[in-house]
Design a protein around this ligand. Structure first.
Ligand code: UD1
Length: 418
């Protein structure tokens, strides 16, 4: 298993180009099973998760070629209507296949995703809305067995009891081929959801968004169209936080700052300096961090849960009883025991993390446990004296394209040991 060796302390100082968004690429690639024809999707990050999804789609019968961040795809007909456990267990986002496949075909069987390191992550919101649309669902031998009769699904007027990115994407896709106009309330409106909608509209859908209400006029069929994936705001946010933590300087290219506006405004209050250099190009620097009393994770446009772990790390040497409250996932704290190995002073009570600064952190042997939590370990390693060894770095490879090369480019002493 590959390991990462980082020698600290180290400052971020250099320039990085942000990759395409992982969380936008996944549903957009999935949504191609809805439509006829071929298309080219650009700016797709070369990650474990995107490659994995491509292998799932190929297994279902799609023809796909992925090279130089471009996916050429022909999904006109999927020949296999089962997504096996071996695939689904490795990538929870595959549950988002259910809506589009059952929207286009009369049956589909997909393994139940199960729990994961950051919480139980149930799929009730996905299944309840699909049932309302006329899908018969049985849970059998660990699989969701879905079927429908009739020519298409039925449009619904539905309010999600809780905001969910995946359920919103799943039901939007199912509704594109339903009979009638679907109205979904209390939807997730993350930029990754909007990118999916933009792609579907290019393919002939008629989808509108008004605050958290999304209307989808069902069509008989859709035709694939080319698309460029938006930049990854979470990747950008992670590098910005690494810059703040190390009081460094970082030029970022290919970044849509409006996708991270609230967090950036907050970071500015904490001492981040932002200078626009060009379209989608910014210089970030920070010479001192002003601790903030309480930051809470919220749905977009609020502070993303996907930056919570990295935010904790910036307070390790700067926090004065700084508090971070996690509101989205009940158990997204698996990085905390690992951060303590560096000598961090962190207290977790219910869903609130309190961080007090320590004057010194020391390199340690730690384990990557989930995608975003693993980046918080990198930040801690940059702040620590001596060598840090991070094992199980496949978690980082799931979501940060060329992260070791990008960090090296910014002056970090980092090595991947194969
Ligand atoms: C997506 C993102 C993930 C991000 C999360 C929240 C992808 C591939 N992943 O995950 O990076 O952290 O949004 O922004 O885009 N829930 C239920 N029932 C359901 C579905 C969700 O109770 O049927 C709960 C979850 O357990 C969680 C909350 O709703 O507490 C939000 O989860 P959701 O927005 O669905 O996350 P994902 O789509 O899985």
């Amino acid at each position: 298993m590959q390991e990462l060796i980082i020698k600290g302390p180290s400052k971020i100082n250099g320039s990085i180009e942000i990759s395409g968004s992982k969380n936008a690429s996944l549903p957009i690639l999935i949504s191609t099973v809805l439509a006829k024809g071929s298309c080219v999707i650009g700016n797709v990050p070369n990650l474990r998760d995107t490659k994995f999804l491509i292998s799932i789609l190929k297994n279902l019968g799609c023809k796909i070629n992925f090279k130089n961040n471009v996916v050429a795809i022909h999904s006109s007909n999927i020949s296999k209507k089962i997504a096996d456990y071996d695939y689904v267990r490795q990538m929870r986002a595959s549950i988002v296949l259910l809506g589009p496949v059952i929207g286009r075909y009369s049956s589909f069987k997909i393994a139940l995703p199960g729990g994961c390191a950051i919480g139980t992550r149930s799929i009730d919101l996905h299944l309840d809305a699909l049932k309302k649309m006329g899908v018969k669902i049985k849970i059998l031998n660990g699989y969701v067995v879905a079927s429908r009769s009739g020519k298409s699904l039925t449009a619904i007027n539905h309010r999600f009891p809780k905001i969910s990115v995946g359920a919103t994407q799943n039901i939007i896709m199912a509704a594109t081929l339903a009979s009638g106009t679907t109205v979904l309330k209390n939807c997730a409106i993350e930029p990754e959801v909007i990118d999916l909608i933009n792609f579907l509209n290019k393919c002939g859908s008629k989808i509108t968004v008004n605050k958290r209400v999304i209307k989808i006029a069902g069509k008989e069929n859709l035709e694939l169209s080319n698309h460029e994936i938006i930049p990854d705001r979470i990747e950008a946010g992670s590098y910005i936080l690494a810059t703040m933590a190390t009081k460094g300087k970082l030029q970022i290219k290919n970044f849509l700052i409006e996708h991270l506006q609230e967090p950036i405004n907050l970071f500015k209050k904490m001492g981040l300096k932002v200078k626009k250099i060009n379209t989608n190009e910014y210089l970030f620097s920070c010479s001192r961090i002003k601790p903030i009393n309480l930051i809470e994770t919220k749905e977009y446009p609020g502070f993303p849960t996907d930056l919570q772990a990295q935010l904790i790390s910036i307070f390790l040497k700067n926090g004065k009883k700084s508090k971070i409250k996690e509101n989205i996932f009940e158990n997204r704290f698996i990085h905390i025991p690992e951060l303590r190995r560096f000598g961090a002073d962190i207290v977790l009570k219910n869903n609130i993390v309190t961080i007090d600064k320590v004057s010194e952190l020391n390199g340690a042997e730690v384990m990557a446990t989930d995608l975003r939590g693993s980046f918080s370990l990198i930040i801690a390693a940059l702040l620590s004296k001596g060598e840090t060894i991070i094992s199980r770095i496949y978690h980082l490879d799931r979501g940060y394209e060329d992260f070791d090369l990008k960090l090296k480019q910014c002056g970090v002493n980092i090595k991947r040991k194969k």
